[in-house]
Design a protein around this ligand. Structure first.
Ligand SMILES: [Zn+2]
Length: 366
């Protein structure tokens, strides 16, 4: 199993194409072709986590936060990031991260946060745009269902809780085969008009290559005519944050107690409650205060996130219960998400969770 093989497995859960444009998820140190001996999973890569990997004989560290985020101009060991990268290179350890792409997917950080807080009827708070295309092709009627099914099997045609979605209309295609062609219908040098179905299916951008390959394979024509049309639609399955509902309205103080207990927070910071009960709750693991307006627009009574600034508490005190449960506290289960997914895919591989899980933020309380 190479670094690339393991990366492809993680990307089945968290495709790199779903990361935000400011992010740096993926492989940041190491060779994709390197054979992996053992994997160490962590939240943040620190120098002690690299030491732990060395002691374990692990040569691939998978983290939630990328080590290299804003670029390095030197690797001399002056900063913690430089020392981590230097040590990883010296010990032939690859560093891979799944960050905002893991936040954004079903089964990822925010989905898990909803599980922990018991939120039902979930939807993505800020769905990704530009992730859907429409694939259109033209097929003789007799082969239309074969082509349609091949596209569905390759991942096209999903809309919300429905699959196998398509639209077909009747029309005629015309073509003239030139010398050397091997037409399925019609004669060389003769204009041919064939009754065809125009098939349209929606397709996630990351599945285009597979869907087009399956379509071409199933299509009877030597030269397959097709269009790939970018869509402006939101991709409702994927994006940052989620919003869901508690079983029943909960008194604000009980809600805060519940969040504190379930996320294991030492303290909670929250805005002046604007209502007595909470039912609809938005979540965004990590730094998600910028989604407060969107949470209000989606009808949320509360937003649970981390890294909330003073002025955000001030701005939303009449409109939203803004809860700062901590960056670490709202994302700490990333290691478990990685572990469960990788274990399910490669049960017999050596995969370890770091024993050095530690919130870098400390609290002093009486
Ligand atoms: Zn984070």
């Amino acid at each position: 199993m190479t670094v690339n093989d393991v990366a492809r497995i993680v990307e089945q859960l968290a495709p790199l194409g779903y990361q935000e444009n400011y992010d740096n998820s993926g492989l940041s140190v190491g060779s994709p072709s390197m054979e992996v001996s053992c994997i160490l999973l962590c939240f943040d890569v620190t120098e002690t986590v690299v030491d732990e990997a060395i002691a374990l004989g692990a040569n691939l560290i998978i983290s939630h936060h990328p080590v290299i985020f804003s670029g390095l101009k030197s690797i001399t060991g002056r900063s913690a990031v430089e020392r981590i990268v230097l040590k990883a290179i010296q010990h032939n350890i690859a560093l891979y991260a799944a960050h905002t792409n893991l936040d954004s997917v079903p089964g990822g950080i925010n989905d898990k946060l909803c599980d922990i807080l018991g939120l039902k009827k979930r939807q993505v708070l800020s769905p990704l745009k530009g992730q859907l295309v429409k694939v259109v092709t033209f097929v003789p009627h007799e082969q239309a269902s074969t082509v349609r099914e091949a596209m569905f099997a390759a991942g096209a045609g999903g809309i919300g809780r429905y699959d196998c979605c398509s639209f077909s209309s009747d029309g005629s295609g015309s073509f003239r085969a030139s010398e050397g062609a091997n037409p399925f219908v019609g004669e060389i040098g003769q204009l041919h008009v064939e009754p065809e179905a125009r098939i349209e299916v929606v397709c996630p951008r990351i599945r285009i290559n597979g869907v087009v390959a399956a379509m071409v394979e199933a299509h009877p024509y030597e030269e397959v005519a097709y269009d790939i049309i970018p869509l402006e639609n939101d991709y409702p399955k994927v994006g940052l944050g989620m919003v869901g509902e508690l079983e029943a309205p909960v008194d604000v103080s009980d809600f805060l107690e519940m969040v504190k207990e379930k996320l294991g927070c030492s303290v909670l910071r929250f805005s002046n409650p604007h209502k007595s009960h909470i039912k609809k709750v938005a979540v965004c693991g990590g730094s998600g205060a910028s989604f407060a307006s969107l949470a209000i627009a989606k009808g949320a009574d509360a937003l649970v996130t981390g890294d909330v600034k003073y002025h955000s508490f001030l701005d939303y005190q009449k409109t939203l219960l803004l809860v700062d449960a901590g960056h670490f506290e709202t994302e700490q289960f990333a290691i478990g998400v990685f572990y469960d997914f990788i274990r399910e895919k490669i049960a017999n591989f050596a995969v370890y969770k770091t024993e050095l899980v530690d919130n870098p933020v400390k609290y002093l309380y009486r």
